[in-house]
Design a binder for this molecule. Sequence first.
Ligand code: PXG
Length: 287
Amino acid sequence: MPPIIWIDGTYHDRNDAKVSVFDHGLLYGDGVFEGIRVYNRRVFRLGQHIDRLYASAKGVWLEIPLAKPAMHRLVEEAVAKSGLDEAYIRLVVTRGVGDLGLDPRKCAKPSIICIVDTIQLWSPDRYEKGLTALTAATPISHRESLSPRIKSLNYLSHIMAKVEGIAAGVDEVIMLDSQGYVAEASGMNLFAVTNGTLRTPPAYAGILRGVTRDAVIELAREATYGVEEVPLNRYDLYTADEMFLTGTAAEIVAVTRLDGRSIGTGKPGPTTQQLAKRFKALATRGD
Ligand code: PXG
């Protein structure tokens, strides 16, 4: 019965699935994670998620005590055990138990956690009407501070941005990078559509390279849309015909109002709708 929770080799019930207060994942946000979807009992792009997890770990000098093929098997086994057709997987690797100092060498062994559960998405009316958003004053972290390409356990800047959105009564926030270019939403990548061309910030510039973002770029090219990975300003969003966000949890969702301006017609546009349909087909097909 879900949730299925696996910690360092043992399955646990929700009530006894616990980590130590000396785990540096808790004490310092020292660790990495992935959020992954299951459609029709098949894990969507597990290979890409596992590659990103190991790259994030490498980026923070953390060696995952499990080889990639074994991590693959662990996730597949946990999903099978859940019996869920549609699910959300949270894979977490923490630095492990250490002392109260921040030295990671004091942590004997990283902990691996795998949770399989269901997920609450935006309500259906948000997909129909699109989201409202504002530009947050909180920027994403500088690429040479904590690289936004690392999916780390430290999400405080994204949470602070989210709090700005909550305080202002909008659904989502758009975050800028430290140079003022448009970067991403609180847990989603962003696209602007102008004259049939999709534009999205370049992944190497220091944003999370989303698995959904990559899939949408492939689908858009298949559908003969132009796709450009270019630095974007807020002006490019304000003047776009359509704008949408992509993420594992949300899939594809339109933004129809940003900083008090209507984007395009103020309704989810045809390109967004078409790509959302194509994404659903791809995800349920499972490749
Ligand atoms: N940017 C950031 C900062 C993210 O955290 C994405 C983009 C989209 O990437 P994927 O690979 O999912 O297409 C993410 C996604 C949530 C949530 O509740 C989302 C993420 C992490 C934690 C929670 O929506 N990551």
